[in-house]
Ligand binder design. Sequence first.
Ligand code: SF4
Ligand code: FE
Length: 510
Amino acid sequence: MSDTSIPTPIETGEAYIESLRNRNLKIFYRGEQISDPVDHPVIRPSINAVAATYDIAQTHPELALTNSPFTGNPVNRFLHIATSQSDLVQQNKMQRKLGQLTGTCFQRCVGMDALNALFSVTYEIDEKEGTNYHQRLSAFIKLTQEANLVIGGAMTDVKGDRSKAPHEQSDPDLFVRIVKRDESGVWISGAKAHQTGCLNSHWLVVMPTMRLGLHDKDYAIVGAIPVDAPGITYIYGRQSCDLRSLEEGSIDEGNAQFGGQEAMLVFEDVFIPWERVFMDGEHEFASMLVERFTCYHRRSYVCKSGVGDVLIGAAATVADYNGVPKASHIRDKLVEMTHLNETIYATGIASSFQSHETKSGCFLNDDMIANVCKHHVTKIPFEISRLAQDLAGGLMVTMPSEADLESPEIGHLIEKFLKARDDVPTRDRMKILRLIENMTLGRNAVGYLTESMHGAGSPQAQRIQIGRQMQLDEKMTLAKDLANIKMDQSKSVHTKQYLDRVFRPESPID
Ligand code: SF4
Ligand code: FE
């Protein structure tokens, strides 16, 4: 899609799916080039999940639509710049609902969080450097809102030797960098790993992945690129059990309709015109951008509480089908799963409630609580999955296939011997067990488990941020005050910094 061929606004999931057809993308999956991803049985569930972000604007407009200051028209929240505390809270509510509806990663939050982070960072770069990135970004946001597009945020570089800075790597392409500039724009080369929903996007916003130094100036590049720009290769990520999508039937897939998507993106001399460049060499702003993006994104992981709702429901259904829904240990496990799941939601939405306004007017959520939310997400889905597997029983992983169930020769044996409660068809029991398998071992375990661990930064990244902000001095002062230990009054607990974070004044909710 070029800048001059802006489509009419995409309003439905179906129209979105149509918008992905006939693009000239270079995609590889299992060593072969794919001509059209839209009808590819392995890729299609991930496209359906993004389509749900359009459909929700029709079915739940109160969650997914708001008014855009850029166009004056209603806009899908995934493209909206948060201008209030309420905007951030509503994002979380929409994310939980979409997790419930899809049981997977619906991929569109990366772009939302990238645009919001860039909105304030470009403002602050311009303020210091006299550049005009903010104006360019605003024009780009308007374009995406008018057409209702999907934006992919491309941040994670492949990184090479982790002990070395980008410019120190033996291969300079291990971080995305500018390889050429002229009066028309810049050309970039390099690769980005595990890019969520990249093929399902219309535009990619490329961003640096970490703090950069003076010698890394060529790596300090932010720009927007159409997904079908010449020079981009997509290498599709494998997912556990992905080939089940190629089989007959749909029971063994567990969740045949929805899935996530990650791919490796390779850029070879990809052109970005100046009007789509939002950072060029301002290396000292790279860490601010990464921190603001991860601040938004780490509380976006409330999506997993929506997915957790599905898994809790599946575990309760299995117990019900087995005839033991009221057994006390089962109730207790379901209570434990719910308690854990709500902990994710509580911390995410609390971070959004504790937001504050940046200089640009865009609201930014609380960084400490966002990191606590994401740190919970690195653990809690694993424990919920363990409990779901406990309730599912071993049959989940020893069960015969749908083909066996359909077999004229042995199908009746499966029907007879896998029967639990009299009034529950064996087929339904198999379906719910396959859903639990899908979410805890199969394709959607990518999103629910390992992505929960590493997406938006691995657990250690959150521990570093929590450590930086834990304000131990103030906490020690609290203790010393109560213990009546004499100290310098200037070190009193009532420091402005402490009060600002912990008791941040509430902003009006619109
Ligand atoms: Fe959105 Fe969650 Fe997927 Fe991230 S993991 S893109 S927050 S659905
Ligand atoms: Fe992610």
